[in-house]
Design a protein around this ligand. Structure first.
Ligand code: PAF
Length: 280
């Protein structure tokens, strides 16, 4: 497995793979890898001749400087997990390798047709512009045949699909299911920041989401959303930022149930912000 720090080296490796007609799979990450990431990597390794993983904590997608500062980082551990999983290239650049000083301060403006105006987009202004800025740059460098994203970040996934279509990237986006801890808590790098007690409380998030499925015929989407918020807020130390039940295609709120609905949630557990979602 090669660890690459510069765009130039990466481009040279990709050119070699392309001229040898190897298929390239890509898993973009911000490191602090957990079993959820490794599930994406396993799928990527089995589908492609070469699996490329990027490890880059992208500063332009953090609207909260404190969150960026506290984001867990452990490249040594990440590298050993990736090596064991059969990855062929790891791209781990520094921020000044990825962006010029001008780029890092430029607001990347993109028309997501409203997908970025709700939920995460509403509470983390500029977040998706930063995601698209880095993912489009990585797609241009890695030129993957397939790229793998987790459904935990459901809105990000919808936006990546849209970006890929609008920018005509010749890549297949592969949606991968949420991986959960035995307690049901959705795997996230941010879970590392939870104390044992907080981790137990955080498990209540998925528990309530799964329980809410039992009330679909008894409650409207709005009533059910309010029920979920009340149940989770009743747990000391949990504070719901939003819970929206939306159409899974255009992410707009729904008045009536349809057969493609999803509930997306963001909850603060202490100062750790967690997200999850559930299909109805
Ligand atoms: O989902 C993530 O970890 C990040 O948003 C991504 C896609 C790696 C871009 O920085």
């Amino acid at each position: 497995m090669k660890i690459i720090k510069t765009k130039k080296e990466l481009q040279a490796e990709i050119e070699q793979l392309k001229s040898a007609k190897k298929t390239i799979g890509f898993v973009p990450t911000m490191g602090a890898l957990h079993a959820g990431h490794i599930a994406l990597v396993h799928r990527c390794v089995s589908d492609n001749d070469c699996c490329v993983v990027s490890v880059f904590v992208n500063p332009t997608q953090f609207n909260n400087p404190d969150d960026l500062k506290k984001y867990p980082r452990d490249l040594k551990k990440d590298v050993s997990l990736l090596e064991a999983a059969g990855v062929c290239l790891v791209f781990a650049p520094e921020a000044d390798e990825m962006y010029s000083a001008e780029e890092i301060n430029t607001c990347f403006d993109f028309d997501f047709g409203g997908l970025d105006k709700v939920m995460e987009g509403k509470f983390r202004p500029g977040h998706f512009n930063g995601v698209v800025q880095v993912v489009s740059k990585l797609f241009s460098l890695v030129k993957p045949d397939r790229a793998y994203f987790g459904e935990k970040d459901f809105q990000q996934l919808a936006i990546i699909h849209r970006m890929t279509e609008l920018m005509d990237f010749p890549v297949r986006i592969v949606d991968c299911s949420i991986v959960r801890e035995p307690s049901g808590l959705a795997m996230s790098s941010r879970n590392e920041r939870l104390t044992d007690e907080q981790r137990k409380k955080a498990a209540k998030i998925s528990e309530v989401l799964f329980e809410s499925r039992n009330f679909v015929s008894a409650k409207s989407p709005k009533e059910l959303a309010a029920w979920v918020v009340d149940k989770i807020n009743a747990v000391d130390g949990l504070n719901v930022e939003y819970y929206d039940i939306v159409d899974a295609v255009n992410l707009t709120g729904i008045e009536e149930w349809n057969d493609n609905c999803i509930g997306c949630i963001a909850v603060f557990c202490g100062d750790v912000r967690l997200i999850d979602n559930i299909r109805y």
